[in-house]
Design a protein around this ligand. Structure first.
Ligand SMILES: NC(=O)c1ccc[n+]([C@@H]2O[C@H](COP(=O)([O-])OP(=O)(O)OC[C@H]3O[C@@H](n4cnc5c(N)ncnc54)[C@H](OP(=O)(O)O)[C@@H]3O)[C@@H](O)[C@H]2O)c1
Length: 240
């Protein structure tokens, strides 16, 4: 049996990013029966259940039943969640955080000594297997742990191990980049562009800060004016 299919995968947090990764993984060898997701409310759990994934309100249940645990809550929730589950984490499990801006050092500080930690920066096109995912290994993570993660995520898109210093750059470029326009996601999701944009904008997160800067620079007006100018130029050239 394939190694991926034997792994028990947990997600703490059932938001847009957790769903994107889970959906991407299911297009590989990971089985829905081997995934469990937790969130405090039932608001986001239905879409996981529709994929055959089991759900719970208990983060501890997810940790105790998983070999690889993705922590996919908002960055400010990370300390609270890790402290809550810390006593149940073993040295065999791999803890993968997707939280923007939360460093390996911060994660290792919050987790029991010698925990295997990986910092992953995914993006929402994982949903349509077109993601760009970078990860950095923590102090106790070995090459084999990275290889396992890579194998689990390969159907989410391009996945690469990098030095941690690259992760923040990737967050600005690709984690947030989707909000600035992603054709396949738009075409395949059937969603309105404004809805997709909202899904990648974690309130108070990196993407909304980037969008604020774009709006300050008048990006929409610039794009409209650019199309108008080019159209006008084409008309003018046609008259000559
Ligand atoms: N969205 C992106 O494109 C993107 C890209 C790269 C990285 N990230 C990172 O991914 C993380 C999640 O972002 P998101 O956009 O998926 O956020 P989100 O859609 O707001 O989802 C957050 C999830 O966390 C759950 N949650 C809140 N408190 C919790 C607790 N105490 N225990 C367990 N779960 C809890 C929420 O539960 P309810 O369902 O009950 O509300 C919700 O399901 C963030 O750290 C962000 O930096 C996001």
């Amino acid at each position: 049996m394939n190694l991926d299919a034997q792994q028990r995968i947990g997600f703490i947090g059932a938001g847009n990013m957790a769903f994107g990764i889970a959906k991407g993984m299911l297009s590989g060898n990971v089985l829905p029966a081997n995934i469990k997701v937790s969130a405090p409310s039932s608001m986001n759990l239905g879409r996981f259940q529709e994929l055959g994934i089991s759900v719970t309100h208990s983060n501890t249940e997810v940790v105790c039943g998983s070999d690889v645990v993705f922590v996919a809550v908002k960055p400010h929730m990370i300390p609270r969640v890790l402290i809550e589950v810390s006593q149940h984490i073993t040295k065999k499990q791999i803890i993968v955080s997707v939280a923007a801006g939360v460093t390996l050092a911060m994660l290792e500080e919050l987790l029991p000594e010698n925990s295997i930690v990986i910092r992953l920066m995914p993006n929402l096109p994982c949903l349509v297997q077109e993601g760009a995912l970078l990860f950095a290994l923590g102090t106790n993570a070995k090459g084999a742990d990275g290889a396992l993660l890579l194998s689990l995520l390969h159907c989410c898109g391009l996945v690469e191990e990098v030095p941690e210093t690259w992760i923040d750059v990737h967050t600005g470029l690709s984690g947030s980049g989707v909000a600035f326009g992603a054709g396949k996601l738009l075409r395949d999701s059937g969603k309105h562009p404004a809805q997709l944009r909202a899904e990648v904008c974690t309130p108070g997160g990196t993407t909304i800060y980037g969008l604020h800067t774009l709006e300050q620079g008048g990006v929409r007006a610039s794009v409209m004016s650019a199309v108008e100018s080019a159209t006008q130029r084409a008309r003018d050239l046609g008259k000559k």
